[in-house]
Design a binder for this molecule. Structure first.
Ligand code: GP9
Ligand code: MN
Length: 685
């Protein structure tokens, strides 16, 4: 036995032995932190496996640096690296506790510094057991000082050190390959920091974040005020005057933006086995008090929902790659709908979503946009069966949101983002009382079932609005953010549309999504004007009578008479009432036939293309260069992110205070009681 122990400690007395001990301790410690301090949501064996092993490659690489150095120095370097690495974990534990997100370099160097943002003092949120992350270091130091482990003075061969580094890189690539196979677009689409840590690890996250921040600040640094001048010149040339019979018609009303996840236009009035998929939305669409659009296109790219949000609330396009909210949402200056409405018209502003707040970097971006409240996962009661896919099922989400809506001082601007109608359109039996389509494509067929569920949820929410008296004094906007069925399902799409096959032209038309504005007394009807998500903000502001001639918006009011009806897709393709251009082919929009252009026609199409390319690239310049920091519209004050907290307790205290002061919330007017919300959600029975 004594011999055995001796042999063991002998082994630890070599440099390699000590190195491996340090690495294993650090690995275990990181994994414990993953499991106890962060909610990374690893589902399934691949994700669990990646989470377990992901600290290894980076730990080998970073700690391996010490192996290139001699004697004592190598040992102390390992300790120093460990202190730095552990401090990174420590800082993230504290930040995560407050924000359910990881620290980013943008935030660390940002104007609203971390401490400021925390809402509580560091001491208040630090727990004694957080210092556990330093325990292995203390043990290692003691072992060294007590000479239990002796320092190995022999020189370590360079090529061994090098082999460790090479091995680390190799493992990193393998890990990245597995991660990308499980979640494609992990680093290009940049969904959520939690995903990067879950798949790749805290160090890889730090490296990626540093790279992004560096890229972002380089373009920011090279931009200047004169760039803004060319943007403003363009916008001035493209300005249209609002429609006088609509301008200001809905002044002072509450606004609901209801985000219908993955909802396409073709679903409206669509029937399966003779039954309407979305009876309530159909009625809403055809109501004489709803302004509806049947040539309204989604214009998103990789950023999907986040691109839609960016366009809708800023009238700025999403980026050609990745998500603008993720990459630029934290640092950039914005003049978004919530800030404009609260500053110019005294609105209370709130967003509602049944997913974690870090997805699409909403937790930071919404602050930049001036949202006073963001009700996300921690505000909702979660029980088994309440969620599917990304988060809360829509019926439960709407019901639980209502109790917060009741508390908002009026007028308010409330955005509710639904989730259940999201790929892969999964829903339990109890909630599925609608027939699937029968194309035989497993991804496509349940789409109408979750869409039907969304319609039922919408119906329940409308019933609540009527009961609360909100239906009459609110503008209700409902829109689909992007396709639910991707172009990869051509055969199934053809069947759904009752065609033999679909052409590229058909697929472009398939990108239509609903856009509807309902208000009591509003002169409605179905408009055939061509438009898209970029046009929503100016339309809404005009209806509310909020001046927006001096704001930076790339869209045009859908109600304006002389508007430009060329709708840009993010890849530079476009649709218009006359021509549709897809890649090198131009189609007649009326017939869908490919055209051979006359010289005269070509000139017109070239002009349209020029318009599209210019608006996209100027919008990109605004985001890449953070150009809005150089221009503040009259009467607008730059948003200070430090004004907002989305942490449950302080935010609810703020809301209570605001209610007390203004006494205009539904609840204040209802004897401080909530409105009874009716739902048939089986989970709540
Ligand atoms: C996640 C949800 C989905 O919170 O908004 O985003 P998507 O995948 O549609 O972009
Ligand atoms: Mn979406």
């Amino acid at each position: 036995m004594a011999n055995f122990i001796k042999r063991k400690t002998n082994w630890l007395n070599t440099r390699m032995g000590f190195f491996l001990l340090v690495v294993v301790l650090f690995w275990v410690k990181t994994y414990i932190a993953y499991q106890t301090e962060f909610s990374l949501g690893a589902k399934g064996s691949v994700q669990q496996f990646l989470l377990f092993i992901n600290p290894i490659p980076a730990t080998l690489l970073v700690f391996g640096i010490a192996l290139y150095f001699r004697g004592r120095l190598a040992y102390w370097l390992m300790i120093i690296i460990n202190v730095l690495e552990s401090t990174w974990i420590f800082a993230n534990i504290l930040y995560y506790r407050e924000f359910s997100d990881f620290l980013s370099f943008g935030i660390m160097k940002g104007s609203s510094d971390v401490g400021n943002n925390l809402g509580k003092s560091l001491a208040q949120i630090t727990h004694v057991y957080d210092f556990f992350v330093y325990v292995d270091i203390v043990i290692l130091i003691v072992l060294l000082l007590m000479h239990v482990i002796r320092i190995d003075p022999r020189p370590f061969k360079r090529r061994y050190a090098l082999s460790i580094s090479v091995l680390a890189f190799g493992l990193m690539f393998a890990e990245f390959g597995m991660a990308n196979a499980d979640r494609s677009g992990l680093l290009t689409r940049t969904f959520d920091n939690n995903y990067i840590v879950k798949y790749l690890g805290l160090n890889e996250y730090a490296a990626f974040n540093a790279y992004q921040t560096q890229k972002e600040s380089a373009t920011r640094a090279s931009a200047n005020a004169s760039d803004m001048k060319s943007v403003k010149k363009y916008l001035k040339q493209n300005q249209v005057s609002p429609n006088v019979s609509y301008f200001g018609k809905e002044k002072g009303k509450n606004v609901f933006i209801i985000h219908l996840e993955s909802f396409q236009q073709f679903l409206l009035d669509y029937k399966v086995d003779g039954k309407e998929v979305t009876p309530t939305l159909n009625k809403f669409y055809h109501s004489k008090n709803t302004l509806s659009y049947d040539n309204f296109y989604n214009q998103v790219a990789q950023g999907k929902t986040s691109d839609a949000e960016m366009m809708l609330e800023n009238s700025l396009f999403g980026l050609p790659q990745g998500s603008a909210m993720t990459t630029y949402g934290t640092q950039n200056t914005f003049q978004a709908a919530p800030a404009l409405l609260s500053q110019k018209a005294g609105y209370t502003t709130a967003a509602f979503h049944g997913d974690v707040p870090s997805f699409w970097n909403r937790d930071n971006t919404y602050k930049s946009w001036g949202y006073q409240y963001f009700f996300s996962s921690s505000y909702y009661t979660e029980k088994s069966g309440y969620s599917v896919g990304y988060g809360l099922k829509d019926k439960i989400f709407f019901k639980q949101s209502a109790k917060y809506i009741d508390q908002l001082p009026q007028p308010f601007y409330a955005k509710l983002i639904t989730l259940t109608n999201h790929y892969p359109y999964e829903l339990d039996k109890k909630n599925t009382d609608f027939p699937a389509t029968k194309t035989g494509d497993k991804t496509v067929d349940p789409y109408v079932q979750t869409a039907h569920y969304l319609d039922q949820s919408f119906a329940e929410f409308m019933t609540y609005l009527k009961k609360a008296g909100l239906y009459k004094n609110s503008v209700i906007v409902a829109y689909g953010d992007h396709y639910g069925i991707s172009n990869n399902h051509r055969a199934a799409i053809a069947q759904l549309l009752g065609k033999d096959k679909v052409t590229s032209f058909d697929l472009a038309q398939f990108q239509k999504v609903p856009f509807m504005i309902h208000a009591d007394g509003l002169k409605g009807g179905i408009s055939h004007t061509y438009g898209g998500e970029i046009d929503v903000l100016p339309t809404l502001l005009d209806l509310l009578g909020v001046k927006n001639t001096d704001t930076v918006q790339f869209g045009q009011d859908l109600l304006a008479k002389d508007r430009n009806q060329t709708v840009a897709f993010r890849n530079g393709n476009f649709v218009s009432p006359k021509y549709t251009k897809l890649g090198g082919t131009v189609y007649d929009t009326k017939t869908g036939k490919a055209l051979t252009l006359t010289t005269k026609q070509k000139k017109v199409v070239d002009q349209m293309q020029n318009h599209v390319t210019t608006e996209l690239s100027l919008s990109d310049r605004v985001i890449y260069g953070d150009l809005l920091r150089f221009y503040t519209p009259k009467g607008f004050t730059k948003v200070d992110k430090g004004d907002f907290t989305y942490k449950l307790k302080p935010a609810m205290a703020k809301l209570a205070e605001a209610q007390e002061k203004e006494k205009t919330s539904v609840m204040s007017k209802n004897g401080n009681k909530n409105i009874d919300y009716k739902t048939d959600a089986p989970e709540l029975k």
